[in-house]
Design a protein. Structure first.
Lengths: 696, 493
């Protein structure tokens, strides 16, 4: 229905995963939503992306002229960091600090007791490619010694002669005065045109030289990968789509234009998982849950994230793989079990589940051309918990191969005092072990953040989550298990629900009684200008821009800071008092105590986040009447020692306010939800599934 | 570790059965073991989040232990204290739900506490009305009184100078806090509020862990959970018996090491000795206990240091040639230069100023600790214990920390690795030649060193002839012999 008067009304979210690329299109006018999946194309993910966009347009009989914009979650930076070999990097540092990466924080992570076990990881740049230059600033940014330009020139030539094509520059106190680093990059450009450079004063203008250096190096490493990828996307989109706004998800949970991302690509290190967290937060709020743990189970791993008060937790002290990355990121914890996790027998003869995974290739035994070891997916299939085919019938599964693999495992596990288990008992045991392991990890991650998980709900998505999560919810004693509509495409949905975001920070250590409100006002003013400029450059109208001030504050004598929201409005003496009060309160909330009125405080970093607000997609309410829906069929499903005849429902046929008593199976494109015996399922007005334990 | 003693007195501790009452379910075993590890981690996270002392929060100097009813430790993540002393003084049949015990007495805790700042809380776990397990946590608290702040007087002659010693006592009785104990403890520390908060944090975290442990017993039953505990301990024993023991030949092994000063008398070599006897499947250790090493000050990055103190960090590097040479080289010490921006004083407290960290099996000792004050071209070396040496503005305090000892004959180190160490500045070309017998040819750039294979073979052959295998197992470095010569050797030598 390509018509001359077609107007842009579809916003399309594309989330590229390891196996599938998920696409969600929302009609901004009607709120109607369409989802689809295409195979990912890892050697050039741009191909899968564009194929998916055209597929969803074809599904809706829409034309490229009707596309209002594209938002994309990518794993290009993540994969480069976690899978690729990290080489070809050079680093220029201040004279006397050549061993900055070797020394790191001068401490074993997790302290003293860990020193017996810790093995120092390989450094991101080998020592031979770390070069020093003279020149020194003090912490106020005053120049003590001028930059040794000859040393920078020599270093640039050194790197050029060795084909070291990506150079990080991290000079002492550059956050307080970028002049030396800026001059260094000019010299490098003269001596070594075409090499990629990242400056620490631009990537992370914050003190603590080790973290700043590593963050800068991670940035310069991913820069060529991300730039090449976005260039390929632009080519593949072709005329018609290329002209539409193309936004990229950042780890912070906001989107930015491709141009902005290319300048500081480290912001996309957790692009994909961040979209899932944002999508979860939107669904959880719609369903009336404000405190939620999200669980995104894929083939090889599971991501956990906390949503408190409706907002995903952010962290400034995250890591990507082994690298500390000090930029705002959604606080995600990854655990090494997923649907493809392999069940195996250890050297001591014990049954283990994961972390080895059959992944997407060869995949579980039951897959076409599947692997040779049984996985969690094989166990679920044998128990009847997932249907005998995947993706709406597109991929048939071979249950007899799963049974053969599990029977062989049962024989290997048998001991004189413990005879071989039945295939079903073993399959059930494998799922139990995986569930307990997930439950334990959820307990750890919540307690570590000062939260009792029993007051939270569990929101489960991803292909492999909802078949088990209601059992995990019950093990922990959480309030409910929530399964969003299209759980296999939640990340793509999340991409359509995020605001533009840009983060700006500056370090200026000041004790409260010596802090001058005028100086603070100037610093915040400068950061706010930067944020507004960035958003304006991307075409955001003034009316849609929102700014948020934050500050990193600590008690004098502490070594780490707490990030707190700072008041908006005029910056005067009362601003500093209110900021101090906010800090005492945050300290009490985080650690259980404060020193209000007894200890001096110190302001360390000032931060401004700029948001460009977007029109959020509305989840349409379902039509139809509630009550007890009709099952599309029944099948035998194994629960706690026996098969039970269990009704199977099609998710699309569930009306709002429908109630189902477990055991029950709900099937849909891309995912299967299991309701366990004794549990109750309720469908909320937007089609969100809410499972509660019947006991409580 | 306890010294094995044969006494007639009946053991106060219940004897574990030889084998578990129930066959272990392989599924439940994985769940129980995974959950034990998780409980330990959960307690640690809770303590780290709610404790107050920097020692606990930032230096992570605290440990958690989970034990079965026979006081056997169930998780292997780290060392910890033990509940034996609590069980000795409060038989399990007298314990009630809500009882919590406190102790730190180094002499009355069955060897489980190393120094008084380590206050330890113990929570019994109840199931079906009986004690089935113990949860324990100790942390290194900032101060428990005594002669000096921090309660670790380097010059103490008796434990009473360290601070308040608490034998096992009930801190809570059936959920009610014993205020007398709290009052006494708080009166005997320089940081009462902080210490009370730390104890609260540890107690509450252990109570949470005890609840989790009790849930395991409720879910799977005592017989099955205890069968899992036994299987975990059996596996640990089997690995020790099958993998470790066969690697040690029968015989007697003697080990000695030295500290340079005890903080009170003039510096001399103080001997620490350990004798291990292996016969058949048993190992006996005749052991003189040593203090666990203190975690040392928390180290700061250079930029952080400069914002807080009037110094300029001129260098924060690894010290070239500080590592003991060996087939496997020791680790490198630091080379830190701080320029004073105002007149100030410096304090030095260091051991191994003369003895290096020893090398083993042909490996050489690492370089000892040194502190010097650089003033223009003048160098003033300071000793290991200096209390307030003046440093003028503009002078540089240069600290080189000890290097690790090497292992194995340095002449057997692969020349490629020596060359790489030279390229990356860990070893000087000079030391490559003198210590490793590796001759390198300089290229036109700092990373262009090449091995001269012929010269290296010749040099190594010559060096092998010269040092003609003295066969010493341990190399303590030149400082050891100098101290012997000065008459500062160990007593009775």
């Amino acid at each position: 229905m390509a018509q001359a008067e077609a107007h842009p009304r579809f916003r399309i979210g594309i989330d590229t995963g390891g196996t599938f690329t998920d696409i969600v299109a929302v009609d901004a006018g009607s709120g109607a939503m369409r989802v689809t999946k295409v195979s990912s194309t890892p050697s050039n993910p741009a191909i899968g992306l564009v194929r998916g966009v055209h597929q969803v347009l074809a599904d809706m009989e829409a034309d490229v002229a009707e596309v209002a914009g594209l938002a994309h979650g990518t794993t290009v930076a993540t994969n480069a960091l976690l899978q690729g070999r990290i080489d070809g990097l050079g680093l220029i540092v201040t004279e006397g600090f050549r061993h900055i990466l070797e020394i790191a924080r001068q401490a074993v992570p997790e302290g003293y007791g860990n020193s017996y076990f810790w093995v120092k990881p390989a450094r991101i740049v080998p020592l031979r490619y770390v070069r020093e230059t003279g020149g020194r600033l003090d912490f106020r940014g005053n120049e003590l010694r001028p930059l040794d330009e000859d040393a920078v020139r020599t270093a640039a030539r050194f790197f050029r002669n060795r084909d070291i094509g990506a150079i990080g520059v991290c000079l002492m106190h550059s956050y307080a005065n970028p002049a030396h680093e800026r001059r260094a990059t000019e010299i490098i450009a003269q001596e070594y045109p075409g090499c990629t450079v990242s400056l620490s004063c631009e990537v992370l203008p914050e003190y603590r030289e080790y973290e700043r250096a590593v963050t800068t190096l991670v940035d310069v490493f991913v820069k060529p990968h991300v730039a090449r990828y976005l260039r390929r996307v632009d080519e593949a989109l072709g005329a018609g789509l290329r002209e539409r706004p193309f936004l990229v998800m950042q780890s912070s949970g906001g989107v930015a234009s491709a141009d902005q991302v290319v300048r500081k690509p480290i912001t996309t290190a957790l692009s994909g998982p961040a979209a899932g967290a944002i999508g979860s937060a939107v669904i959880a709020r719609i369903a009336g849950f404000h405190n939620v743990v999200t669980l995104d189970a894929g083939g090889t791993s599971t991501d956990l994230c906390l949503i408190e008060g409706g907002e995903p937790h952010l962290t400034n002290s995250g890591t990507v793989g082994p690298f500390p990355v000090r930029i705002p990121m959604i606080d995600i914890e990854t655990i090494g079990t997923g649907g493809g996790s392999i069940a195996w027998i250890s050297r001591e003869g014990e049954l283990k589940v994961g972390p080895k995974s059959a992944g997407a290739e060869p995949g579980p035994m039951c897959y076409p051309n599947g692997g040779s070891e049984p996985t969690i997916t094989d166990a679920n299939l044998v128990l009847g918990r997932i249907p005998p085919s995947l993706i709406g019938g597109g991929v048939p599964l071979d249950v007899s191969r799963s049974r053969t693999g599990l029977a062989a495992l049962a024989v290997k596990l048998a001991r004189p005092r413990t005879p071989a288990m039945s295939v079903e008992a073993l399959a059930h045991g494998i799922i139990e072990i995986a569930n307990w392991s997930q439950a334990n990890r959820i307990r750890q991650m919540t307690i570590q953040r000062g939260i009792d998980p029993r007051g939270f709900a569990l929101l489960s998505f991803g292909g492999a989550g909802p078949a088990q999560s209601a059992a995990v919810m019950e093990l922990i004693g959480m309030t409910a298990c929530i399964v969003p509509p299209n759980p296999g495409n939640l990340s793509a949905f999340g991409l359509l629900a995020v605001d533009w975001r840009t983060d700006h920070i500056v370090t200026r250590v000041m004790q409260q009684d010596a802090a001058d409100p005028a100086t603070v006002a100037t610093l915040y003013g400068r950061l706010e200008e930067e944020a507004i400029d960035t958003l304006r450059r991307n075409g955001i109208e003034a009316g849609r821009i929102r700014l948020q001030r934050q500050a990193d504050v600590r008690y004098v004598g502490q070594s780490m800071e707490v990030r707190v929201d700072a008041p908006s409005g005029a910056i005067d003496a009362s601003f500093l008092d209110r900021l101090a009060d906010a800090f005492h309160a945050a300290h009490r909330r985080t650690f259980g105590y404060d020193y209000a009125g007894r200890q001096k405080i110190e302001f360390v970093n000032m931060c401004v986040s700029g948001f460009g607000l977007i029109e959020r997609p509305q989840l349409p309410k379902l039509g139809g009447a509630g009550g007890a829906p009709a099952a599309i069929g029944h099948r035998s499903v194994y629960f706690e020692g026996a098969f039970r005849d269990t009704p199977v429902y099609r998710r699309g046929a569930l009306a709002p306010a429908a109630h189902i008593a477990g055991p029950a199976i709900v099937e849909e494109f891309g995912s299967t939800t299991v309701v366990f015996p004794g549990q109750r399922l309720e469908v909320d007005p937007h089609g969100v599934l809410i499972i509660r334990s019947g006991i409580r | 570790m306890n010294v094995h003693s044969e006494t007639a007195r009946a053991s106060p501790w219940p004897t574990p059965p030889q084998r578990a009452a129930a066959a272990v379910d392989p599924i439940v075993l994985q769940i129980v073991e995974g959950t034990l590890n998780s409980i330990e981690a959960e307690i640690e996270y809770a303590i780290e989040r709610t404790a107050r002392s920097p020692m606990i929060r930032e230096a992570h100097d605290y440990r958690v232990g989970l034990f079965d009813r026979y006081c056997r430790k169930l998780t292997g993540r780290s060392y910890s204290a033990m509940p034996n002393a609590v069980v000795r003084d409060f038989p399990p049949e007298t314990m009630r739900p809500g009882d919590i015990f406190l102790m730190n007495d180094t002499y009355l805790t069955e060897g489980s506490i190393g120094h008084l700042p380590d206050l330890c809380s113990t929570v019994p776990v109840f199931h079906d009305g009986e004690v089935v397990a113990y949860i324990q946590a100790f942390g290194h608290h900032d101060d428990i009184g005594g002669r000096v702040p921090g309660s670790m007087p380097g010059t103490a002659r008796s434990v009473f100078e360290e601070g308040l010693a608490v034998p096992p006592v009930k801190l809570y009785s059936e959920g009610a806090r014993n205020e007398a104990v709290f009052t006494i403890v708080k009166r005997n520390t320089r940081v009462p509020e902080m210490l009370a908060a730390d104890i609260d944090s540890e107690v509450q975290a252990c109570v949470m862990g005890a609840r989790r442990m009790a849930e395991l017993f409720a879910r799977f039953g005592t017989a099955q959970v205890e069968a899992c505990f036994q299987a975990i301990l059996d596996r640990c024993r089997d690995i020790y018996r099958d993998e470790l023991l066969p690697k040690i030949a029968d015989g007697e092994y003697i080990w000695e090491d030295y500290v340079e000063h005890d903080g009170v008398s003039a510096p001399r070599l103080h001997k620490l000795a350990l004798k291990m006897t292996k016969r058949g499947g048993r190992i006996t250790l005749d052991f003189t206990g040593t203090d666990p090493q203190s975690p040392g000050p928390i180290n700061w990055p250079a930029e952080f240091t400069e914002t807080r103190f009037p110094v300029l960090v001129e260098k924060l590097a690894l010290a070239t040639d500080s590592a003991g040479a060996g087939k496997r080289r020791g680790g490198l010490g630091y080379d830190k230069h701080y320029r004073a921006l105002v007149d100030c004083r410096t304090i030095v407290t260091a051991d191994r100023v003369r003895l290096g960290c020893y090398g083993v099996n042909g490996g050489k000792a690492g370089a000892p600790f040194s502190v010097a004050i650089l003033s223009g071209s003048n160098v003033r070396f300071l000793g290991g214990l200096v209390d307030g040496e003046p440093v003028a503005a503009g002078e540089v305090v240069a600290v080189r920390t000890t290097g690790g000892g090497g292992w194995g004959d340095p002449l057997e180190r692969e020349p490629e690795l020596v060359c790489e160490d030279v390229i990356e500045g860990r070893v000087s070309p000079h030391a490559a030649r003198d210590d490793y017998g590796v001759v390198l040819i300089a290229g036109r750039d700092a990373d262009h060193w090449q091995i001269d294979a012929a010269a290296t073979a010749a040099r190594r052959g010559k060096m092998r002839g010269e040092h003609s295998a003295t066969g010493a197992m341990i190399d303590r470095g030149p400082g050891y012999f100098e101290m012997l010569k000065e008459g500062a050797g160990p007593k009775g030598v």
